[in-house]
Design a protein. Structure first.
Length: 382
């Protein structure tokens, strides 16, 4: 029986085999920009433009699901704006009293503050005073916070659902407490704090966890099927398995429990090398894992991953966006994707084909289109 895209992904997330392998890649902001060539400021800050772009890309590349990586769009960016400077096609600079923001088709906005701020010290942090009770931003990247509008926190999900109905699976995204912790203290100082002030670090993580859990519970009331926990700094390139068990696992587990209690699926997205912690990540109770970057970007062999955790978690991955989709020949793309498809179909109980991490900004349209063609050719279950 032919399933809808949403049914296909739901079936895979329930550790069952649908009619064919679902396809759902995550677009980087740069890849969305390069494909759509929108006004970069409007695409970043305007809820309608962002929703339109997500739906358009899903339809163009015949994906079975949409990941909504930004929500709670605010008009606060217009406040105190001094000047909008058109640098060149696809590149705009916004001037504010305290900073400039460069928005372009190439990648994330670049924020440069006129007076560099100082990150707090672990010794002087007042946890109740310095860390808000309610999460009001997304720590997208260094110096780049996406402000969340409390009154429009989850409106974009209704907006997208109004465009696609129940045909496509819609997923939300939240960020791990560990990411907020490192963003708050600074990456270097944050990692040092884990060693020098482990107990206070845990109290900070706990405060962020309370706020993120409330955010996730609110998101689960929107018309979505799953929530992705973005946890990019929890791989072995940053912390050991011992530190993962102490500073990541218990806090993400609390959020995962809340999402599952709300009746939604939840999966963890951790970039890079995680081959030493697959079973640890499974202990969180997450429904699935995303990325599983292969060498040389990471160190996960897809067959090994299915053998270790594929009976109890769905796996979403693991096409190399750089070495396969960006730089690979037609033959390499075909061979790599076919191998991943065949492995997922035979080894796992639930499998969703996607790039390991986000689609790189400069991956050409033709190579992204090849994914749906290969799924149609090799991805049907008997």
């Amino acid at each position: 029986m032919k399933l809808t895209s949403r049914q296909r992904i739901q079936t895979a997330m329930n550790l069952q085999k649908p009619d064919r392998v679902p396809l759902m890649c995550q677009f980087s902001i740069g890849s969305m920009m390069m494909q759509l060539k929108p006004d970069p400021v409007e695409f970043w800050y305007n809820e309608d433009r962002f929703a339109d772009g997500l739906v358009s890309l899903c339809r163009q590349f015949r994906f079975d699901g949409i990941l909504v990586s930004l929500h709670g769009h605010s008009d606060a960016w217009k406040k105190d704006l001094i000047e909008r400077e058109e640098i060149e096609p696809g590149k705009v600079r916004l001037h504010y009293p305290d900073r400039t923001e460069t928005h372009s088709w190439i990648d994330l906005p670049l924020v440069e503050f006129k007076s560099p701020g100082t990150t707090p010290s672990i010794e002087t942090v007042d946890i109740e005073k310095d860390i808000p009770d309610e999460i009001n931003y997304i720590p997208v990247s260094n110096n780049l916070h996406f402000p969340l509008c409390k009154d429009r926190m989850f409106d974009i999900f209704d907006l997208i659902h109004g465009k696609v109905g129940d045909e496509v699976s819609i997923h939300g995204e939240i960020t791990s407490p560990f990411d907020y912790f490192l963003d708050f203290l600074g990456y270097e100082n944050g990692l040092i704090a884990l060693l020098l002030e482990p107990e206070k670090s845990k109290r900070i993580l706990n405060k962020f966890t309370r706020g993120i859990t409330a955010l996730a519970e609110g998101m689960c009331r929107a018309p979505i099927d799953a929530v992705k926990i973005s946890s990019p700094f929890a791989g072995q390139g940053f912390i050991s398995t011992e530190a993962y068990r102490e500073f990541v696992l218990p806090f993400e587990t609390r959020i995962i429990d809340a999402i599952k209690a709300a009746g939604k699926k939840v999966y963890i997205h951790t970039c890079g090398s995680i081959g030493d912690r697959l079973e640890l990540m499974r202990e969180s109770g997450a429904s699935g894992l995303e990325c599983l970057d292969p060498a040389p970007v990471g160190n996960v062999d897809i067959e090994d991953a299915f053998n270790r955790i594929g009976k109890s978690m769905f796996i979403k991955g693991n096409i190399d966006s750089i070495n396969t989709l960006l730089f690979g020949s037609d033959e390499k793309i075909r061979n790599d994707v076919r191998h991943i498809l065949e492995t997922g179909m035979t080894k796992g109980r639930g499998f969703i084909l996607s790039t390991a991490c986000s689609i790189a900004p400069k991956v050409p349209k033709e190579n992204i289109l090849k994914l749906s063609e290969l799924v149609e050719e090799f991805g049907y279950y008997e």
